[in-house]
Structures are given as structure tokens and as C-alpha cells.
Design a protein around this ligand. Structure first.
Ligand SMILES: Nc1ncnc2c1ncn2[C@@H]1O[C@H](COP(=O)(O)OP(=O)(O)O)[C@@H](O)[C@H]1O
Ligand SMILES: O=C(CO)[C@H](O)[C@H](O)COP(=O)(O)O
Length: 555
């Protein structure tokens, strides 16, 4: 049999990577990472206001550079054997587009306007709009939030659109429609970005835009108009139908085939979010909980729709038929800060060193600090009197989204040194994970195994052991350090018809597992007590410092 290759393209928060994979053996023939240049300079962002925007040119340049970079590592003959490309991206990362599907920032007059750019998933400028959506949805005859855990988040599609239309009259005037990053970039590869004609991702639509068959698509025109008259008519200019990632969006355009040096008949798959394709790459099966563990976590759970579809799971980021694997219910949850909590502590320690001793000393310290603290923390006993922290340093994504909540550390004394505080922070992130697991179990969704992918899963044995102890569950680590791109490549192979379904693609192309963490019974017992303290502290913070009552609890 002649070799057939597929390309998975994974757009993360800071960079995009392309993976060139043999569709029959899973052998990696090339890979290349491209860091977004404008983003790296901090352009168009204002972290103090939680504004995070990305320029479409960063994505276009990254598409070309990452794919040509991966192809350059393989023999030239491989190019002619490339059959398909699929793309995953962060989300909800929407952009305003004109009648031809061009992001406004690519049009004259909008080049430097952050409101004409992609609004990155972690942008929280739309907190107020998310609250309005929740309040109206819970009063409306049909609760359009019912399949997204009954809590709409400021990280999502409609909140971001509404906020942008309100603050920028020029964008409101020019925006014909809106697109998620995963839809736009896949459409770009086909040469047709016209809204209304492209195949929109089921994953993006169902988890972030309240799309559901029961609603005949997106929330009703009446609901959207009641939210704000500025939304009138937009529903018609968005989409009715959505598509799963086993489907083809189209064929590569002549322009992109030439630019990348690929054949003219390359299939372009329907896009999806990074974590969902990551779950495919991590060989997810029913009732497997796949955690994408990095800066934040994105947690994926899969179940047969006929077994779980009748449940409405509270406080998660959605349950969507086909968002991970076709004809299965894909469920999403996650923590807004995970590795970012450790990164915060690292900054607290290194910044005064930078000021007093200069960059060289600070950079050297920063490079070694987390592994050093982890080594020291691993030697400490786990006792009921240890400091307890809460992990909501970037708000709480799940259970029950509330991005106004803050983190905390308690139980400090004069002996609380850096390793002890670091240990409490790691435990806090693990307790946040337990809250998610307990929510799924409490709502009647079993979890049969846990698989982890992402930077933290690969880099920190201490974090992963703590997590296994807190969850009281074994955790397997996927071998691939590019599981999202590998998942995208598997989706591409199915979209091109090389494999009949995702399970076959996973079996042929999967990279397996390279480590496993088993819970330690004696430590787990103590953690159950510390977890109760975490819950009490969380309740106190929620009552004392939250600027609003979490909506799921209020209804
Ligand atoms: N040795 C380590 N132990 C624990 N966390 C780490 C370690 N090294 C880096 N991290 C954390 O990993 C996170 C980055 O994860 P990664 O998966 O590489 O990126 P991203 O989430 O952007 O895809 C950072 O938040 C950082 O604090
Ligand atoms: O919420 C998401 C997917 O549903 C985000 O895409 C995800 O959290 C981004 O993560 P990363 O920075 O690791 O790419």
C-alpha cells in the first residue's frame, strides 16, 4: 500500500504547531511550531482589563509557516502523498467578519482595531454581558443555557459579540457575521469563507453558542433581540446546521495548495476546539476523562448519547452530541488557571530578584524554581494541619462558572516556607479538579479512567501524583506531547475517508501511554479531610468576595 499522510494543525494560545503524520502507522514525519509575532509583543491586549485579542495575520502567517516547516522535515515525495488537513484552535475565539467572511482587522480602517480581531478564549471583557445572558435565559420560556450547564460564560461567543457591538459602533456597522477561529481558518484553506456557505463546527457551536437541535439551531431571534436590539437579524447571517469533525469542509484552494506545495485534491476537514481534538489524540473512549493540563485545564468526557443524553449536567461547559466523536455526547469542563497558579507564585518570587539582582539572576531562578519547589514539596508530609489554598486565581470555569471569584491561601504560620506554600497551591489545583470530577459523578456520569495530556502532565510527576492522590484515581499520561495536533491529524484521516471512523484512526495512529500514577491510600485519606477545608474556604470566599451570586445556584 502506498503511504498516505495527513496534517494536524493545532492553534494554541501562544503558538500554532503542525504535525505531518503517516495515516496508517502514526509515524510522525515532520513537525513545526510557530509563535505568533504580534501576540508575543503584547499588541492589542490589555491584561489589566482582561482584554486578549489576536490578529488574523498571526494566524495566517502561522498556518503557512507551521505547515511548510513540518513538510520541510520529510522527504519531498511525501508532499504528493498528503491527503488531508484538519485544524483545531482555542475557543471560544470569535471574530467579526464582512459579507465575504473576511475578519474586519484585514480590512482598511480596522487594521489596528482590537474589536475587529479574534477575541481570545481567555478575554473576560464581557463579564457583564454574560450575566445578562444568564438572567434572560433563566426567565425565558426555553432556557437556552440548559445544555451548557445553565451558566453562560464571558469566555463565550454571544457574550463577546454583544460586548463588542456595544462598545464599537464602527464594528457594529461593518460586521455582517461572526466566525469562530476553527471555522474561519479551515474555511481559508478551502478558499471559501462566505458566511452561510461554510460548514460550522458542531463543537464550537454547541459548547459556546448555545446551538442545539432542540432549538432548531441557535437561540431564537426573539431571545437575541430581547437581549439587545443590536443582535437583530444576526441569527440569519450565522448558521442553522453544524458539522462534526469526521466530515470534510471542502478541498484545498489552488492558492493554498501552491503556497504549501501540496496536491490540488487535499481534503480540508471540519474544525473543532483544541481540547476536543486533543481528546481524540489521547485515544478517548466512553467514560474516559481526558484532562488537557497546561496554563488552564480543559476536561473532556465522552459518553454514548443514548445513555447520558437525557441528563442535564449542571455547571459544566456544555454537553454536545458529536463535539468529540460523532454520535457520542462530548462533555467539557475545566479550570481557568492550573499551571498559571504555579506561574503566578514563580513571578511573586522572581520579580523582586529581577529588580534587585537583574535579569540574568531572575531568569536563572525562574527556569529552575518550579521543579525545585516540586522536589522539596514532594518530601513534605501531608497532614491535616497543612496550609489550604483555593485555586480561583483566574476565576472559576467549572463547576458553575464565576469569573469574578479570586484565589486564597490560608493556614500560614512563621514556618510556612516556599515549598509549603507551593505544595498548598498544587493541592488547591488538584482540589479544583476533584470538584469537577465530583460534579460529574454527582450528576450521574461515571468516570472509568483518567488520561492526562498537556505541558503539566508531561513535566510534573509531583503535580500528577498529587492529583492521583486527591482524586483517588489512577491517571495515565499519553505519550504524545502533541496530542491535540495528533487528534487533528486523526480527524483529517477520517474526513478524507482513509479510516472509516475515529476509533479506527485512533487504533492506527495512536501513540499510546508512557506513564501512570497510582493513588497512595494513606495520603488519600488525609486529602479527603483537606478537601473538606478547601470546600469550606471556597464557600467563605464565594459568600464574602464574590461580586455576584453564581447563576446556577441562584435558580
Ligand atoms: N515543571 C513544571 N511543573 C509544573 N508546572 C509547570 C512546569 N513547567 C511549566 N509548568 C506550567 O505549565 C504551564 C504551561 O503548560 P503548556 O501545556 O506547556 O502550555 P499551554 O497551556 O499554553 O498549552 C504553565 O502554566 C507553567 O506554569
Ligand atoms: O477552552 C478552551 C477549549 O474549549 C480553550 O481553547 C483552552 O483552554 C485553551 O487552552 P491552551 O492555552 O492550552 O491552548
Amino acid at each position: 500500500m502506498t503511504n498516505q499522510y495527513v496534517i494536524g494543525v493545532d492553534y494554541g494560545t501562544d503558538s500554532v504547531r503542525a504535525l505531518l503524520v503517516n495515516a496508517h502507522t502514526g509515524e510522525i514525519a515532520g513537525t513545526h511550531v510557530y509563535e505568533y509575532t504580534r501576540w508575543k509583543q503584547g499588541l492589542y491586549c490589555n491584561p489589566n482589563q482582561s482584554q486578549f485579542r489576536q490578529h488574523p495575520l498571526d494566524y495566517l502567517e502561522g498556518l503557512e509557516q507551521s505547515i511548510t516547516g513540518a513538510l520541510a522535515q520529510a522527504p519531498v515525495a511525501v508532499r504528493q502523498q498528503v491527503k488531508a488537513i484538519s485544524v483545531d484552535t482555542t475557543g471560544s475565539t470569535p471574530v467579526a467578519v464582512d459579507e465575504r467572511g473576511t475578519p474586519l482587522a484585514l480590512l482598511p480602517g480596522f487594521e489596528d482595531n482590537p474589536n475587529g480581531m479574534f477575541i481570545l478564549w481567555k478575554d473576560h471583557t464581557a463579564n457583564a454581558e454574560a450575566e445578562e445572558i444568564n438572567a434572560l435565559a433563566h426567565r425565558w420560556d426555553t432556557d437556552f443555557t440548559k445544555y451548557v450547564g445553565r451558566v453562560y460564560s464571558s469566555e463565550w461567543f454571544w457574550a463577546k459579540i454583544l460586548h463588542t457591538l456595544r462598545v464599537d459602533a464602527a464594528v457594529q456597522e461593518k460586521a455582517y457575521s461572526w466566525m469562530e477561529h476553527c471555522d474561519w481558518i479551515s474555511a481559508v484553506l478551502t478558499g471559501n469563507t462566505t458566511p452561510g456557505t461554510i460548514k460550522r463546527s458542531r463543537c464550537a457551536a454547541g459548547h459556546k453558542a448555545m446551538w442545539h437541535e432542540e432549538f432548531e439551531g441557535l437561540p431564537s431571534e426573539e431571545f437575541l433581540k430581547a437581549l439587545d436590539p443590536r443582535l437583530a437579524g444576526l441569527r440569519e447571517r450565522l448558521y442553522r446546521n453544524t458539522f462534526t469533525s469526521d466530515e470534510a469542509m471542502g478541498t484545498i484552494s489552488t492558492e493554498w495548495a501552491e503556497k504549501l506545495g501540496l496536491p490540488a485534491d487535499v481534503t480540508i476537514g471540519v474544525g473543532a476546539f483544541d481540547a476536543h481534538m486533543g481528546a481524540v489524540g489521547a485515544e478517548i473512549t466512553p467514560y474516559t476523562f481526558v484532562r488537557v493540563m497546561g496554563t488552564s485545564t480543559c476536561d473532556m468526557l465522552l459518553a454514548p448519547t443514548e445513555e447520558i443524553g437525557h441528563l442535564l449536567i449542571r455547571g459544566i461547559c456544555g454537553q454536545v452530541d458529536g463535539s468529540i466523536i460523532p454520535d457520542m455526547l462530548g462533555m467539557e469542563a475545566g479550570q481557568s488557571a492550573f499551571g498559571d497558579v504555579y506561574a503566578w507564585f514563580q513571578r511573586v518570587i522572581t520579580e523582586p530578584v529581577r529588580d534587585l539582582l537583574g535579569n540574568e539572576a531572575a531568569n536563572e531562578l525562574a527556569k529552575n524554581l518550579i521543579p525545585h519547589l516540586a522536589e522539596k514539596a514532594a518530601q513534605l508530609p501531608v497532614t491535616e494541619n497543612d496550609p489550604v489554598a483555593v485555586d480561583w486565581f483566574n476565576g472559576r470555569r467549572t463547576p458553575d462558572a464565576n469569573h469574578t471569584l479570586k484565589g486564597a491561601i490560608t493556614g500560614l504560620n512563621l514556618g510556612s516556607d516556599a515549598p509549603r506554600i507551593f505544595k498548598a497551591l498544587v493541592e488547591a489545583t488538584a482540589f479544583g479538579s476533584k470538584a469537577i470530577v465530583d460534579r460529574f459523578l454527582g450528576e450521574g456520569v461515571p468516570i472509568k479512567q483518567v488520561i492526562a495530556i498537556g505541558g503539566v502532565a508531561k513535566k510534573s510527576a509531583f503535580v500528577m501524583q498529587t492529583l492521583a492522590d486527591v482524586l483517588q484515581m489512577p491517571i495515565k499520561i499519553a505519550s504524545s506531547d502533541q496530542a491535540c495536533a495528533l487528534g487533528a491529524a486523526m480527524c483529517a484521516a477520517v474526513a478524507a475517508g482513509i479510516h472509516p471512523d475515529m476509533a479506527t484512526a485512533q487504533a492506527a495512529m495512536g501513540s499510546g501511554f508512557d506513564a501512570s500514577y497510582e493513588p497512595r491510600t494513606d495520603v488519600s485519606v488525609v486529602y479527603q479531610k483537606l478537601y473538606q477545608k478547601y470546600q469550606q474556604l471556597g464557600s467563605f470566599i464565594e459568600a464574602a468576595t464574590s461580586q455576584h451570586t453564581p447563576v446556577a445556584e441562584a435558580v
